[in-house]
Design a protein around this ligand. Structure first.
Ligand code: AHR
Length: 324
């Protein structure tokens, strides 16, 4: 890719995905550590791109650490940031538990920590703010869509869960179950983790299909993210069935590939998760550093439902090239 096209993508990323104004002058020159989970999904890749672009636009020296899905790597990276004396730390925590010690170390070093896209089971005073979606709501939106879609018809759902122990896996399951409660015709027949990856989503869906009369007993797949849904779509096609018709597909993230599948009639619904978690976090940090303004402890992003009625081809065109 040429430098010009890289710059063009950077500019479009900053304008298309930045929800806060890039006017936080007091962040210029700061060093901020970012402990990212890894690159398990298209959504995660976009979050990484957006965060790097925003840091660059704000004049922040961003120290990026990819944890390759391992909490121990995240803890090591955070300890490294503390030792370097960074000005603040961003963390996308892979799982919910096991953070108290390292967050306490950051607090003792007076380094503000901001959580991105996932929560932790730790005292709230150990982090400045948490920017994330309402993940229970995401599950509920997906479940409510299915309730409407199937009406009174019987529907066996197979569920592809996210990473075991992560807050989106726990909460998206909970929200979906809440939405279908009271609708005895809708049953979660099988549920297993696909670890938020396309490959695992496909593999687990193949097993679900095999154990369900070659898929004839499955009415819908609910995937905790679009990448697993895309993997499941492939498994459904490989079994000689039509995704979107023989087996309905509902998931979460709103990445370009799910809109491509929707445009082809192979996916039915997705719930949008913005990859712009860093924008609100940087704005909160800026205000905090300026005059001690305590941000909201939980900054909640929007969870919008998209279906084939929402111009999937247009959504694909709008998002592709934005870092997904
Ligand atoms: O925490 C957000 C989730 O993590 C996204 O939905 C998923 O794609 C990612 O891996």
């Amino acid at each position: 890719m040429t430098l010009i096209s890289k710059l063009a993508i950077a500019a479009s990323l900053a304008t298309a995905l930045t929800s806060v104004s890039i006017a936080q002058e007091n962040l210029k020159g700061l060093t901020i550590g970012f402990s990212q989970i890894g690159s398990e999904s298209g959504w995660r890749a976009a979050e990484t791109s957006v965060t790097k672009q925003q840091a660059e636009a704000l004049g922040i020296d961003l120290k990026f650490a990819d944890a390759q899905q391992k909490q121990e790597n995240q803890i090591k990276a955070i300890r490294g940031f503390i030792a370097q004396g960074v000005d603040a730390i961003l963390v996308a925590p892979v799982v919910a538990t096991g953070w108290e010690d390292v967050l306490t170390e950051a607090k003792e070093a007076e380094i503000p920590v901001m959580l991105l896209d996932r929560g932790v089971d730790a005292p709230e005073d150990l982090y400045l703010t948490s920017v994330a979606s309402d993940q229970v709501l995401e599950g509920r939106v997906a479940g409510e869509w299915l309730v409407k879609e199937v009406g009174d018809a019987d529907c066996n759902v197979v569920e592809l869960q996210g990473t075991v122990g992560s807050t989106p896996a726990i909460n998206r399951k909970k929200g979906f179950e809440e939405a279908i409660a009271g609708h005895a015709n809708i049953v979660i027949a099988q549920s297993q983790t696909g670890d938020f990856t396309r490959a695992k989503g496909k593999e687990v869906m193949e097993a679900f299909i095999k154990s369900s009369n070659n898929g004839a007993d499955i009415c819908a797949v609910y995937a905790h993210n679009d990448d697993m849904a895309v993997g499941a779509i492939q498994a459904i096609k490989d079994a000689g069935l039509k995704p979107g018709t023989d087996i309905k597909v509902v998931s979460i993230d709103a990445v370009p590939d799910i809109f491509a599948a929707m445009a082809a009639g192979e996916a039915n619904a997705t719930v949008e998760l913005t990859p712009d978690m860093a924008g609100p976090a940087f704005a909160a940090l800026s205000a905090y550093l300026a005059d001690g303004t305590e941000p909201e402890k939980f900054i909640i992003t929007e969870s919008k439902l998209y279906t084939p009625a929402d111009d999937p081809q247009g959504e694909y065109d709008r998002r592709k090239g934005l870092g997904y």
